[in-house]
Design a protein around this ligand. Sequence first.
Ligand SMILES: [Zn+2]
Length: 192
Amino acid sequence: MAVAETKKRQLKGIKRCGDFGGEGRDGKPCGRRVKDGLCRSHSEAGAAETGVKKAAFLEEYSKGTPSLKAAAETCGAAAVTVWRWRQEDEEFNAALTAVQANLDKIRLNMVEDTLVERCLKPDTPAALVIFYLVNRSDGRWRNVQQVQQQNVNFDFDLSNLTEEELERVQNGEHPLRVLAQTRGPHRLAEGT
Ligand SMILES: [Zn+2]
């Protein structure tokens, strides 16, 4: 039956990779339609081309490209192709697993870089800058004076306030509230 089907197919001019000796991982003839010769997975030229794509994908993805799909598309491959590569190619699978293990670190750096860029712009919400300074200044912006208000403890560097702002804080107003009023409430609202 299978032989008859193959004959019929060949008479119609439909050729498959398996007709030229292409075999899938299961040892069955490869069923991909081809013009003449092995498919891209099973020919040497095709394998070389796929190898280049795989390397390009790994490089793109390891830069911290937001998603696997986005990295694949940058290299002209569909996400489903990448998943097929993972199944077919142990070495590729191991490389991709290693890249993914490293991605959290890379992405954290990217988020930090973006945060720094935003903090350096003049119209940045005060709360964003305060968040960065309190968390990333190795203590220089921490514990200068602890302000307690509304049952919330808040570490805040009062030396950076203007005299007017300082006076209001010392009179019991919350520093963030003071900053919101003196430096623009919309900015603070954006950043919280
Ligand atoms: Zn094939």
